[in-house]
Design a protein around this ligand. Structure first.
Ligand code: ASP
Length: 324
């Protein structure tokens, strides 16, 4: 029996959910379970033989209604490394007739008996709606501005491996908070796991009443970054903006772009993160993004495969009728 399999066997029934639709509502134990399992897959992924037969005979369908590089490729690799059959479907934006097409597509795929559907959709709530219509497990790979749970899990795994814990750390999430599903999932995960979260954005890119999540809100990078352990930068989500939210990208970089000067007020060993894709010179200085002493951006990508393996593993072993 492989080490990850054994770890998973020992921890069986510690993730009693049929779907992974968001981080909101997951307990600290369930989050820790996924992170522990993912940790064992990190080790497996560094070996020459990366493959197991845990998902042998199982079918995973990646259904992407929005473009993706990291998320779709890492789900594909995760499914294949676990020995499953993986099918990738990307549905072009122009082909979407909202609602009807989503459900029609889901019902068509459902008839082919997949075990897991991994779904990305531009509308918040669309993945949950789809999960109510199919018999298999559904993983949310990003639904509009709502949640991106596997991103928050891979961020947490990166932090936990680097710092040994999440509890008690101060994490500054900076940039386009308003349009970011990454920010939402991270706020839920980090606060659930006992970290202090600060969000930093211009007023136009800050959601209303975001303090209700028990986080600190500031419009000033220096205030937000002071003494923090982790700096998480976000992309300006231009595709979700109607009209102008910032005067210019140059001005945005001046006030909200992460540079060495701004980072100087954080803890001396503060880590820099970014979910990708990065706009170099807009939200982050290009040279800083590549500095392996400060930036863990590439490590985040590595953790992404392990986290997605853990999610596929956890959900398929729970396919015994447990409701979400
Ligand atoms: N890749 C992340 C997402 O899908 C972040 C981004 O696109 O900026 O939400």
């Amino acid at each position: 029996m492989t080490a990850p399999r054994q770890a998973a066997e020992e921890a069986v029934y510690r993730f009693p959910h049929r779907h992974l639709l968001g981080i909101e509502g997951l307990s600290p134990e369930h989050i820790s379970f996924l992170l522990d399992l993912a940790d064992s897959y990190v080790e497996q992924n560094r070996k020459p033989d990366k493959k197991t037969d845990l998902l042998r005979g199982r079918t995973v369908i990646n259904l992407f209604f929005e473009t993706s590089t990291r998320t779709s490729s890492s789900f594909e690799l995760a499914g294949k490394r676990l020995g499953g059959d993986v099918m990738n479907m990307s549905v072009s934006q122009s082909a979407i007739k909202k609602g009807e097409t989503l459900i029609d597509t889901a019902m068509t795929l459902n008839a082919m008996h997949p075990d897991v559907l991994v779904v990305r959709h531009p509308d918040a709530g669309a993945v949950k709606l789809l999960s109510e219509k199919v018999n298999c497990s559904v993983i949310n790979a990003g639904d509009g501005m709502h949640e991106h749970p596997t991103q928050a899990l891979l961020d947490a795994l990166t932090i936990r491996r680097r710092r040994g814990r999440i509890e008690g750390l101060t994490v500054a999430i900076c940039g386009d908070i308003l349009h970011s599903r990454v920010a939402r999932s991270n706020i839920h995960l980090l606060t659930t796991m006992g970290a202090a979260v600060r969000v930093v954005a211009p007023p136009t890119l800050m959601p209303c009443a975001v303090e209700r999540f028990g986080i600190e809100v500031t419009h000033d990078m220096e205030d937000g970054l002071r003494d923090c352990d982790i700096v998480m930068m976000l992309r300006l989500q231009n595709e979700r903006m109607q009209g102008m939210f910032v005067p210019s990208t140059r001005e945005y970089f001046r006030f909200f772009g992460l540079t060495r000067e701004k980072l100087a007020v954080a803890k001396p060993d503060a880590l820099v993160m970014h979910p990708g894709p990065m706009n170099r010179g807009v939200e982050i200085d290009s040279e800083l993004a590549d500095d392996i002493d400060r930036s863990v951006i590439r490590e985040q990508v590595e953790m992404g495969v392990a986290v997605r393996m853990a999610c596929l593993d956890a959900l398929t072993r729970e396919q015994t009728g447990n409701a979400d």
